[in-house]
Each structure stands twice: as structure tokens, then as C-alpha cells.
Design a protein around this ligand. Structure first.
Ligand SMILES: [Zn+2]
Length: 92
């Protein structure tokens, strides 16, 4: 009886399973990340980053890229393209 309840509890709340990163952009550069991107955990929150360089930056200076609630500061901005987008008609 107790063993069954214990097993059900373990299945309902698997111990050691961390919430996966939800962000779709690198909090550092704002470039798009995928499910295969590197994940960095800062203050209990998991974030995907575009490269190991950004992983190091996010770990060392999380306050520069994350709000106090853990939301990436660039979350509301559009995704940066990897290539330089030229803007025709914007010449000085
Ligand atoms: Zn990067």
C-alpha cells in the first residue's frame, strides 16, 4: 500500500529533473537558438545560448543580460539575424 503510493509520488514528481530552457533567443546576443543549443543554468533558471562564448558571459555577468525575475532583457526585442541585414534607402 505505502509502496504503491510512494511509487506514484515518485512518478508524479521525478526528482532531479530540471525545467528545460524556454527561451528562443540567446540572452547575450539575441540570436535565435535551437533545441540543440548549449544550455546554461543561472540562479536556477536554464537558458539556451548561441555559443560557448555567450555561455561564459551569461554565467559571469548574469545581471547584465537578465532581469531580476530571470527574464532575458532582450526577450521583447526581435530575433537578431545571424547575417548583417543591409538597409537599402538608409544611406546618409
Ligand atoms: Zn553566442
Amino acid at each position: 500500500m505505502f509502496a504503491t503510493l510512494f511509487t506514484l509520488a515518485m512518478m508524479a514528481a521525478p526528482y532531479g529533473h530540471q525545467a528545460s530552457a524556454q527561451n528562443t533567443k540567446c540572452p547575450v546576443l539575441g540570436t535565435a537558438v535551437t533545441g540543440k543549443s548549449q544550455v546554461v543554468t543561472v540562479h536556477g533558471h536554464a537558458y539556451r545560448v548561441c555559443c560557448s562564448d555567450c555561455a561564459g558571459k551569461l554565467e559571469k555577468h548574469p545581471g547584465a543580460y537578465l532581469k531580476k525575475d530571470g527574464t532575458p532583457k532582450n526577450a521583447g526585442k526581435p530575433v537578431q539575424k545571424g547575417s548583417m541585414a543591409s538597409m537599402p534607402g538608409m544611406r546618409p
